[in-house]
Design a protein around this ligand. Structure first.
Ligand code: PLP
Length: 404
């Protein structure tokens, strides 16, 4: 086989479908976020980032940066081993305690990313509990899907956010089989929020465990940043709450929070936890500082929500259609892969506005979009500049306007 030719022809296919991914080569500027420098063939240009998951700008918060610097000065760069073999530092232990407390659980367990936490935790639960049936929301993130798939257990997909469909599917399953319901709180691409209470009610009726991915909510919702389940007083109803340290907390890493026995079980059996180097102590220290800060400070959350409202009303005034949802994610639907990429390129090259186009398979075809994520650090001027540019492009592209 001519391997090179094979790779190239596969890539050509992506180009033809308009879904070949191109990275923006950025240099984030500490103290300037959401402004960044972008490296291009024609030199370095200034851009405003409108698609970061550093939702609150914690990635440049002085407390986080100081904690990371101190940890490096104190104990060096890497963890030096897996958690089991010399890689557990006191920072990891403190961070797990902090996360357990954040979610009102007995324990928490760290992973190297949110992706790995979903893959490893679901993969382990679903492969090791004999006869388990997993009920997975149709909108679940790739990391959950891969974990469940890896487990090779029986799986049932229920309609996105549909409690009725979940209930019908639970009712149709063998009553004696152990069950797990896996879902998210805030869905990343539409920004809609699951009916957590109703899902817990149904799961409880059928004796199912519940596994909630709060990746897009931790740090941002609830009085201490515990997520949607905290805001709604439901944390105790969930068997497992999973989160990331890489989005609103501004650093990197993932975790689950659950009972002591469940966390100990995953710690003891999950390959994706056991056989990999622990997070660097500085990352754990930075995450700890970030979580502690957001447990006490509402300033970032309130400012974030105010910016989201301001952006939405500016879009409305200009007739730019965006999906209505109760979260901080502002999806502007273009509905065509090539146009979506074209708009994104023009925004970047002509206006210094960086919004990555979101195309299939991340979202269904015909729902290609710009996924805009305002932060507390976007100014009124940034918002006006973005909406003004979109307004002009909408006219140029003859895209549909929202009817006021
Ligand atoms: C980003 C994301 C993850 C993965 O988290 P990382 O820490 O980035 O690996 C998991 N679940 C959802 C819903 C996500 O959007």
């Amino acid at each position: 086989m001519n391997f090179e030719q094979f790779f190239r022809s596969e890539l050509d296919g992506l180009h033809e479908e308009g879904r070949y991914r191109v990275f923006a080569d950025l240099e984030r500027q500490r103290g300037e976020f959401p402004k960044a420098r972008r490296h291009t063939a024609d030199g370095v240009k200034d851009v405003t980032v409108w698609c970061s998951n550093d939702y609150l700008g914690m990635g440049q918060h002085p407390k986080v940066i100081d904690a990371m610097k101190q940890a490096i000065d104190h104990c060096g760069a890497g963890a030096g081993g897996t958690r089991n073999i010399s890689g557990t530092t006191h920072y990891h232990v403190l961070l797990e305690q902090e996360l357990a407390d954040l979610h009102g659980k007995e324990s928490a367990l760290l992973f190297t990313s949110g992706y790995v936490s979903n893959w490893a935790a679901l993969g382990t639960l679903c492969s090791r509990i004999p006869g388990i049936i997993v009920f997975s929301d149709a909108g679940n993130h790739a990391s959950m899907i891969e974990g469940i798939r890896h487990a090779k257990c029986e799986r049932v997909i229920f309609k996105h956010n549909s409690v009725a469909d979940l209930e019908a599917k639970l009712a149709a399953a063998d009553p004696a089989a152990p069950k797990l319901v896996a879902f998210e709180s805030v869905y990343s691409m539409d920004g809609d929020i699951a009916p957590i209470k109703e899902i817990c009610d149904v799961a409880e009726r059928y004796g199912a465990m519940t596994y909630l991915d709060e990746v897009h909510a931790v740090g941002m919702y609830g009085p201490r940043g515990g997520g949607i389940a905290e805001r709604e007083g439901l944390m105790h109803r969930l068997t497992v709450i999973e989160g990331t340290l890489g989005k609103a907390f501004g650093v990197m890493g993932g975790y689950i929070a659950a009972s002591a026995a469940l966390c100990d079980y995953i710690r003891s059996f999950a390959s994706g936890f056991i056989f990999t180097t622990a997070l660097p102590p500085a990352l754990a220290a930075g995450a700890l500082a970030s979580i502690r800060h957001l447990k006490e400070s509402q300033v970032e959350r309130f400012a974030h929500q105010e910016r989201v409202r301001r952006l939405r009303s500016a879009l409305d005034r200009n007739g730019i259609p965006h999906l209505p949802n109760p979260s901080h994610i502002v999806p502007v639907i273009v509905g065509d892969a090539a146009k979506c990429k074209w708009i994104s390129d023009l925004l970047l090259d002509n206006c210094g506005i960086y919004v990555q186009p979101i195309n299939y398979p991340t979202v269904p075809k015909k729902t290609e979009r710009l996924r805009i994520t305002p932060t507390p650090l976007h100014s009124d001027g940034d918002i006006d500049h973005l909406v003004g540019a979109l307004h002009q492009l909408w006219s140029r592209c003859a895209l549909a306007r929202a009817v006021a």
